[in-house]
Design a protein around this ligand. Structure first.
Ligand code: TXA
Ligand code: MG
Length: 348
């Protein structure tokens, strides 16, 4: 299949191009589009065949449900079997934005879209291109991240092209995604709200609106229960190189990483370092990837997936990364990085 690649300026949206994309969705086709978190691979959420095409294009396991994207709160009411009052409170506080709510579904959303579950994940994105596309399609848009299964989520249209060119109808290039990490997922289908995937809407932000929210116990690496979001059980992404995270104070971490790099070199392995602007000067390696600024965690979130993709491209065999844990967005950053590292972390 020929994948049509179009550029849209999110400050001046070309309505003819958006209607063309909307038409593809109505006809059961696949369109990759930008959101404020990562690029999504969209299809008509109510059309089982269209949903199946998403799984085929990504090579995604069929038990891993899709997120349904909406542009009005009433669309959530329309597909939910039951809507707890907290849904409205969270929507008022964080939609449109990087938050996904899981609720019990009704018959309007087919099991092909929810991976066979009786619940559905729903998000109202704030990106103007995403919102315009949902409106123009006159449909609800099921969209997982627009990467091939097992690769880092795409934060630029070029990443989508790398993974899905020739497999989907259209790619809308709307520039780099602002946030760079997938949405925070909150399960509202049980008695108590539970965070199934950490993201840029932090536990603290949620606490301020609906009180204490717990984190799915299945997310802990040593947990013997499965994560409640089927997608979180997969080793999302493993870099081609061996990724190791080193945690501790800046100087100790840099010393350790410098000696690890030297060790890799001695045995003829190509090694690189992931660090921040603040700590860059502590390393002697010639292969350094600056992921962002410690003083601004959102810059790290913004660059994380792009850096991981770039390092794969550059063919490193050993990758040594600083740790970025902290409250707030740090939880989400470390959740993704630890998964990429297969939870290989050493404390110094
Ligand atoms: O920011 C985002 O959420 C992006 C953009 C495109 O909106 N989408 C995204 O989709 O990250 P995806 O498919 O890569 O991740 C969806 C996650 C998976 O871990 C999936 O298992 C979980 O949401 N999920 C979806 N529906 C669910 C449900 N009914 N119950 C539990 N988990 C669900
Ligand atoms: Mg994904």
């Amino acid at each position: 299949m020929d994948t049509k690649y179009i550029l849209i300026d999110n400050k001046n949206i070309d309505s003819a191009l958006i209607s063309e994309a909307g038409q593809i969705i109505r006809n059961g086709g696949l369109v990759a589009f930008p959101t404020e978190t990562v690029y999504g691979l969209g299809a008509d959420a109510a059309n089982p065949d269209a949903s199946r095409k998403i799984y085929a294009a990504k090579g995604r396991p069929s038990d891993n449900p899709l997120i349904v994207h909406i542009c009005e709160f009433s669309q959530l009411e329309d597909i939910a079997e039951e809507l707890p009052p907290v849904a409205r409170e969270l929507s008022d506080a964080f939609w449109p934005g990087p938050m996904t709510l899981i609720v019990k579904k009704n018959e309007k959303i087919p099991y092909e879209t929810t991976g066979g579950l009786d619940t559905v994940a729903v998000r109202m994105p704030s990106d103007p291109i995403a919102a315009a596309l949902i409106r123009a399609s006159e449909r609800l848009i099921a969209a997982p991240s627009a990467n091939a299964s097992g690769r880092p989520s795409p934060t630029r249209a070029s990443h989508v092209k790398e993974d899905l060119d020739g497999k989907i109808d259209m790619i809308i290039d709307g520039g780099e995604c602002g946030l760079g990490l997938e949405s925070t997922i909150i399960d509202l289908s049980d008695e108590e709200p539970v965070i199934l995937r950490p993201g840029c809407i932090t536990p603290e932000m949620l606490n301020n609106v609906i009180g204490k929210v717990s984190l799915d116990k299945g997310l802990a690496p040593d947990s013997d229960t499965r994560p409640k979001a089927p997608g979180m059980k997969y080793r999302h992404y493993a870099p081609k190189g061996k990724l190791l995270i080193i945690e501790g104070n800046d100087m100790a971490v840099a010393d350790k990483i410098n000696s690890l790099v030297a060790g890799s070199k001695q045995v003829g392995r190509k090694a690189a370092v992931i660090c921040t602007e603040e700590t860059r000067g502590l390393y002697d390696s010639e292969h350094i990837y600056i992921i962002g600024r410690r003083s601004d965690e959102s810059s790290i979130a913004h660059n994380l997936f792009a850096v991981l993709r770039k390092m794969d491209e550059d063919g490193f065999e050993d990758i040594y990364s600083e740790s970025f844990s902290g409250a707030g967005v740090g939880t989400a950053i470390m959740n993704r990085l630890l998964k990429a590292a297969g939870h290989q972390i050493i404390e110094v």
